[in-house]
Design a protein around this ligand. Structure first.
Ligand code: ZN
Length: 134
């Protein structure tokens, strides 16, 4: 649960606000149930926030996050100027971790039927879309 990963009640409320808040909360729950450590879960949640922020700035709803948009987001990372809540930059130096978190979030959205399942991921057994217990 998000409250297990963040001490600030205000921060959790901000994460859960808005139309995408419930999805972040569900994602946090899924990470918690899978046993993710706080630092790793926060990194993945931040990646999800970043994807949401980028999507909103490009008017791309979560339901339309397909492989094309995912590739656009990855290209965006090298020139990212996004700011998270307040004025903090997201920080894209660990691009590999960010992409992993983004894929976990996309996989979560597929499991809760916000995004259609990708046929290639099913066919290829893509592990990046599954939140594996640690
Ligand atoms: Zn960005």
């Amino acid at each position: 649960m998000l409250t297990d990963y963040y001490q600030s009640k205000n921060y959790v409320e901000r994460l859960c606000s808005g139309p995408t808040g419930p999805y972040l909360a569900q994602f946090g729950d899924a990470l918690w149930e899978a046993g993710y450590a706080e630092i790793t879960a926060r990194r993945h949640i931040r990646a999800a926030q970043h994807l949401i922020c980028w999507g909103q700035s490009h008017r791309i709803p979560l339901a339309k996050m397909d492989d094309i948009q995912v590739e656009r987001f990855k290209r965006h990372l090298s020139r990212c100027r996004c700011l998270s809540v307040g004025t903090r930059a997201y920080g894209c130096s660990d691009r590999r971790a960010l992409v992993t978190g983004m894929h976990l979030f996309i996989g979560h959205l597929q499991r809760v039927n916000v995004i259609p399942h990708c046929a290639d991921h099913v066919k290829n057994g893509c592990a990046s879309t599954v939140i594996l217990p640690r």
